[in-house]
Unconditional design. Structure first.
Length: 106
C-alpha cells in the first residue's frame, strides 16, 4: 500500500487513540478526531485519502461531515461503521476497510 492519509473520527479521542495503538500500519498516516472541526482541520493540513467514522457520532453530524468531505474533495472515500459491533469493533473495521482499499487508486 502506498502512503495514505486516513482520518479516523470517533465519539471520543480515546477510541481513536486505541485504534492507532492497535494497528501497525507504517505506510498509513493515521489522523484522529472527534467531529466536524477536527475533520476540517485535517483537510486544511493536506489531502485526506480516506475518512473512517465510528458509529458513536450522531447521524446529523455524520451527514454534515460527509457533505463537507464530498464538497472539499473529489478523491476522498468515506466509510461509516455499524452501531451493533460497538466501539470494540472499531479497530477491526478500520483494518478491514484499509485492507480492502489496499489496491484502490482514484
Amino acid at each position: 500500500m502506498a502512503s495514505k492519509r486516513v482520518l479516523l473520527l470517533g465519539l471520543t479521542g480515546v477510541v481513536v487513540a486505541d485504534v492507532q495503538r492497535q494497528l501497525h500500519l507504517p505506510e498509513v498516516e493515521l489522523l484522529g478526531g472527534t467531529g466536524i472541526e477536527d475533520m476540517r482541520s485535517a483537510f486544511v493540513t493536506g489531502p485526506v485519502d480516506h475518512v473512517i467514522m465510528g458509529a458513536g457520532i450522531d447521524l446529523e453530524t455524520r451527514l454534515e461531515i460527509v457533505r463537507h468531505i464530498f464538497q472539499a474533495s473529489d478523491t476522498t472515500t468515506v466509510h461509516m461503521k455499524d452501531r451493533v459491533s460497538g466501539k470494540q469493533g472499531f479497530p477491526a473495521f478500520v483494518s478491514s476497510v484499509l485492507r480492502g482499499l489496499d489496491d484502490y487508486q482514484p
